[in-house]
Design a protein around this ligand. Structure first.
Ligand SMILES: Cc1cc2nc3c(=O)[nH]c(=O)nc-3n(C[C@H](O)[C@H](O)[C@H](O)COP(=O)(O)OP(=O)(O)OC[C@H]3O[C@@H](n4cnc5c(N)ncnc54)[C@H](O)[C@@H]3O)c2cc1C
Ligand SMILES: *[C@@H]1O[C@H](CO)[C@@H](O)[C@H](O)[C@H]1NC(C)=O
Length: 624
């Protein structure tokens, strides 16, 4: 066991591209140990990184993320079709399996390491006024970096999509596909008509929780909210988080959808394969294949039936634009011949939250780095798959609440709260500061004085922003990162609503149930907001503009809509308007962002998208 730890530890340094600082040793040790357990207990094995590839497949799927893994699995259920799944990143590893280490994956080689452009309206406490936008570059995509929270959004989101001219996307259909994927392991939910068992994707609570999350849910009831399954009949309410985890470790879409089918002969998976463009015949306006670079070698592969882009809301529009599909003025500007003028890269929406709101407590019940990484905690995880290391990236509870701007005649909350039993100070500035990109000045002034003290946080987020951002190419070079303008708070209603969210978060912390811990808000003001009265509306606005925190949900950049909608990029069957043999199936197609975390909805889009492809081609093939 000791031997395997050492071997795995050095292998992992390579795997994550780490410098061997002592800081990393503890997580690596944990990883090594968990590998041992994994070996003993986990029967699934890894997908095969296929060499060499055929020159042609029926379907070429680009990107093995939350949606792409689902699409490749479902299409390869048809034995007479063959499917190639191309992924720019490598396979998952042992660190990615440990739920509590989620934040440690950011800024490693498993992350595309994107940053937003500065606007002066948001991300002001971040280096260069730019927010980090992590995205998974690994088999399983962002489902490998994410915090594993399982949230489906609000019924009205899907009914709204349908009402925008997208038949078949209403809530009833969405629910059918949510349930198709799901294997819910919480006995109290298995009986609900909103949940199911037996799907590929394991959903359950973390087997470990702090007393703080119990208090959080109770605070909700004190305030008149229900403790309820927010993925069920009604969304408004408080709940202990549900997560995509299996026996205490991460259940990415690679683990859920690719590993079980690794031996199917009609699915080939190619990792470290960076797609640079889709090949399109300008005469027939049909996609015929893709160009990609693997091991430094440029190659092409043909698609007999279709190319499917599942590269996520940043890279799918990037690949389309590199292929000549996008806003014509922009393509001309970067020197790419225009094949089809479409509003690719517009309509960018994300969930922005207020980060850094910190509640100090007097009891040792929060997650503090020093305590979390103690040896017994590690052993408990390794041996039993239990304990604090199974926490969902740190988030234990969530709630959907209504500000004064919400429409109370329907169940359609406008703010989501994420509760975590830790805050920016809890790791002494080691990782959270770094992944958020917070400046030394802000950290040293506000959080250093309480470093490693027991604390918890609520991150209120705006569920349906009015602001829209853009993705554009920096140049025609496919290896240059795209330009991301998140455009947070361009619409003043967005900041006004989030200020109300901050006030609701404060109310939760002031509930009676939190008195037992001696809960009080940390009052050192942010350096840029010193001139304002602490806890006034103006102060909260200033705080939000400084520690504007993405909850990592960019969507909408290849908007789904009918041909009559000039801003639509794909039709309701997810086919790119005006191009044959090309679809987008991932977070990019959402016309409006769903009201909650996006992983489950993107998996739903993958399930439904795959069914659309199947029904279109099976109809053609039976006619023949
Ligand atoms: C840090 C973080 C935390 C999150 N937390 C949560 C959470 O707790 N709950 C939740 O519901 N959601 C969460 N999300 C969001 C959720 O994970 C994403 O919305 C979802 O994974 C997006 O799925 P996708 O298929 O659209 O894209 P992705 O999963 O990002 O997949 C895209 C894939 O395409 C690959 N790719 C891109 N470009 C190319 C190319 N040129 N060639 C080949 N391959 C390419 C990528 O490497 C990637 O594997 C989080 C995301 C992050 C990053
Ligand atoms: C609130 O929702 C109801 C039901 O959908 C709708 O009829 C009404 O117009 C909405 N009110 C506002 C102010 O948006």
């Amino acid at each position: 066991m000791v031997f395997s730890t050492i071997v795995v530890t050095s292998a992992l340094k390579g795997a994550l591209g780490l410098v061997g600082t002592s800081l990393w040793l503890i997580p690596l040790l944990i990883a090594g140990l968990s590998y041992y357990r994994y070996d003993q207990l986990d029967p699934e094995s890894r997908p095969i990184d296929r060499y060499p590839l055929y020159p042609e497949y029926d379907f070429v799927v680009v990107g093995a993320g939350s949606a792409g893994a689902v699409v490749a699995n479902r299409l390869s259920e048809v034995p007479k079709w063959n499917v190639l799944l191309l992924e720019a990143g490598p396979d998952e590893n042992e660190v990615t399996d440990v739920p509590s280490l989620a934040a440690y994956l950011q800024l490693t080689k498993l992350d595309w390491k994107y940053k937003t452009e500065p606007t002066g309206r948001a991300c002001l406490a971040m280096n260069g006024g730019r927010c980090n936008w992590p995205r998974g570059k690994v088999l399983g995509g962002s489902s490998v970096l994410n915090y594993m929270l399982y949230v489906r959004g609000n019924k009205h989101d899907y009914d709204h999509w349908e009402s925008m001219g997208n038949p078949g996307w209403g809530y009833d259909q969405a629910l059918y596909y949510f349930k198709k994927s799901e294997d819910n392991r919480n006995p109290y939910l298995q009986r609900s008509k909103y949940h199911s068992t037996g799907g590929y994707l394991t959903v359950q609570e973390s087997p470990w929780k702090t007393p703080l999350v119990v208090a959080f849910v109770q605070a909700g009831t004190e305030m008149g909210y229900e403790n309820r399954d927010i993925n069920g009949e009604q969304q408004t309410g408080f709940m202990i988080a549900q997560g995509t985890i299996r026996r205490g470790s991460r259940c990415s879409t690679a683990k859920a959808f690719l590993r079980p089918v690794r031996l199917r002969r009609n699915i080939h998976t190619a990792m470290n394969s960076h797609v640079t463009r889709v090949l399109i015949d300008p005469l027939t306006m049909r996609a015929t294949g893709v160009e990609f670079v693997r091991d430094g070698r440029r190659q092409i592969v043909r698609a007999r039936k279709e190319v499917i882009l599942s590269a996520g809301a940043i890279n799918s529009p990037q690949i389309l634009m590199l292929s000549g599909i996008g806003p014509k003025e922009h393509l001309r500007h970067v020197g790419i011949p225009v094949i089809k003028d479409l509003r690719v890269g517009d309509n960018l929406q994300d969930h922005v939250a207020m980060g850094g709101l910190t509640f100090l407590i007097d009891k040792p019940v929060a997650i503090v780095q020093d305590r979390l990484q103690a040896a017994p905690v590690t052993m408990h995880y390794v041996a039993n798959g239990r304990g604090p290391m199974t926490t969902l990236g740190g988030v234990e509870g969530y709630a959907f609440v209504n500000t004064k701007y919400a429409n109370l005649s329907i169940d359609y909350p406008d703010i989501q709260l994420h509760m975590a039993p830790a805050s920016i100070n809890s790791d002494g500035g080691v990782q959270v500061k770094k992944v958020l990109g917070i400046t030394d000045q802000v950290y040293d002034t506000v959080y250093r004085p309480i470093a490693n003290k027991d604390a918890w946080t609520i991150m209120p987020l705006l569920l349906r922003p009015r602001s829209r951002g853009t993705i554009r190419l920096r140049s025609s070079n496919p290896f240059h990162s795209p330009l991301i303008n998140a455009n947070y708070f361009a619409d003043s209603m967005d900041i006004a609503t989030l200020v109300e969210g901050a006030k609701i978060a404060m109310k939760v912390s002031e509930a009676r149930v939190f008195k037992q811990f001696g809960t009080r808000v940390h009052r050192i003001k942010l350096p840029g907001c010193r001139h304002l009265k602490f806890a006034s509306d103006a102060y909260w606005e200033c705080h939000i503009r400084h520690i504007s925190m993405t909850i990592y949900h960019p969507v909408g950049t290849t908007k789904m809509g009918p041909a009559s909608d000039p801003t639509a990029v794909v039709d309701p069957r997810l086919r790119v308007h005006g191009i044959a043999g090309l679809r987008v199936i991932d977070a990019s197609i959402m016309p409006t962002i769903c009201s909650g975390n996006t992983n489950a909805p993107v998996i739903m889009i993958g399930e439904k998208g795959a069914d659309l492809v199947k029904s279109d081609w099976l109809a053609i093939e039976t006619k023949r």
